[in-house]
Design a protein around this ligand. Structure first.
Ligand code: PMP
Length: 404
């Protein structure tokens, strides 16, 4: 018999691994947040909220809540089965048609999360004889889906069309199919992918393109349909994935594209086939969010005004600081990031900002290569909220820099 102490040995590496995370200031913990919108509470403390993806300020909207409650009353709390068996509801189809109309595509399919939409689409579309060319800064779900697909995965330098072209020239012919995969808005940076250039290259080399519109759905484009609308690329052959969990304030993911693509995914995407359908409440809330966005397009202008105001205020603050302490990353979305030299400083700044009443995400490796403060605008923020944040950051920086 194995002695009791020896039996625990196979798990000892967990504690050692956690110690390493602590030493590197990479260890993370969760803290509950109460409320939604520009002002939330954390541990009883009211905080200005710059850490959510609720870009349109809809997570607390009573119209979404009422739609969700009505759906629970009519359809129950769970879908109770996979869509191909017993879990398909008329609401699912209603949402898929609404998404297809919003995205101006032939059809759409909703998954139980954005993460699952990416995994399912990538594993269905390509396999061991194929090539994925992926932007180096792509989201974890795209990276994991690419690996799971069994295709050869090569990364091109972030947003670099010349590098993408070189890799297509060198490698495209060796593989059966090629899929170029990119985030639309990069969630930890705030910049946009060069979609028109990517589509032109894909056309030249006979490649498919998949764009992740998680941070651009309800954010970019005249009607909020995302990067494809922003760049005027809606009619082009494109696989558009997005989430219902950010600007649309619900849960779930979608893929929008040609009728063939959607029919194929319904038959071949494992993370759609072998999982329970989206809950009635989430489905109804997403339908309501799309309808609110259509009725209140001014939310999009408000969102961009607030993000632009924040960028201007931050640039003013940074220009008054000595040297290049912090760098603001280029951004054309609702996400604004300040790169901070090391993980310890970013954690300190995040804590100081919280003490000063502002909730900002301190993002560290391995999520990003270089630590950063990630701030996001909400359409319902006031300019005064942005001014308070920048003042607090000025104070936090003064404290941090004086300790160096
Ligand atoms: N893609 C990107 C770019 C994301 O940022 C996220 C979520 N952070 C996802 C996909 C996954 O979406 P979901 O949260 O709906 O699973």
């Amino acid at each position: 018999m194995v002695p009791r102490e020896a039996a625990s040995l196979p798990y000892d590496w967990l504690r050692r691994s956690l110690q390493t995370l602590h030493q590197a200031h990479w260890h993370r913990q969760v803290q509950a947040v109460e409320g939604t919108g520009p002002v939330i509470q954390r541990q009883g403390q009211p905080l200005l909220n710059f850490a959510s993806n609720d870009y349109l300020g809809l997570a607390g909207d009573s119209r979404l809540a009422e739609a969700a409650i009505a759906a629970i009353q009519q359809f129950g709390t769970g879908a109770t089965g996979s869509r191909l068996l017993s879990g398909h509801r008329s609401l699912h189809r209603e949402l898929e048609c609404a998404i297809a109309a919003f995205k101006q595509t032939e059809d759409a399919l909703v998954f139980s999360s954005g993460y699952l939409a990416n995994i399912g689409t990538l594993t269905a579309l390509v396999g061991s004889r194929d090539l994925i060319l992926a932007d180096r800064y792509n989201h974890s779900s795209l990276k994991n889906g690419a690996v799971l697909s069994g295709a050869t995965v090569l990364e091109y330098a972030h947003g670099d069309l010349a590098d993408l072209e070189t890799q297509l020239t060198d490698r495209r012919q060796t593989y059966r199919r090629c899929l170029i995969v990119t985030d639309g808005v990069f969630g930890m940076d705030g910049d946009l992918c060069p979609l028109p250039g990517i589509l032109a290259l894909a056309n030249r080399f006979g490649a498919m393109v998949m764009i992740d519109e998680a941070h651009s759905t309800g954010v970019l484009g005249k009607t909020g349909a995302g990067c494809a609308e922003h760049f005027g690329c809606q009619g082009q052959p494109l696989i558009q994935m997005g989430t219902l969990s950010k600007a649309l304030a619900s849960l779930g993911g979608y893929v929008a594209g040609s009728a063939d693509l959607i029919d194929f995914l319904r038959n071949r995407a494992p993370s759609w086939i072998y999982t329970t359908g989206l809950s009635p409440a989430d489905t109804a809330a997403a339908i309501a969010a799309l309808s609110v966005l259509q009725q209140e397009p001014q939310r999009l202008t408000q969102l961009h005004d607030r993000a632009q105001f924040l960028r201007q205020q931050l640039d003013q603050l940074l220009s008054s600081l000595p040297g290049d302490t912090l760098t603001r990353l280029p951004s054309d979305s609702a996400i604004v990031c300040l790169q901070v030299p090391d993980a310890e400083t970013v954690v300190q700044l995040g804590q100081q900002l919280q003490a000063l009443g502002c909730f900002v995400s301190a993002v560290r490796p391995p999520t990003v290569p270089v630590s950063r403060l990630r701030m996001s605008a909400i359409a319902t923020h006031q300019e005064s909220h942005m001014t308070q944040l920048v003042q607090a950051l000025g104070q936090a920086l003064a404290q941090t820099l004086s300790r160096r």
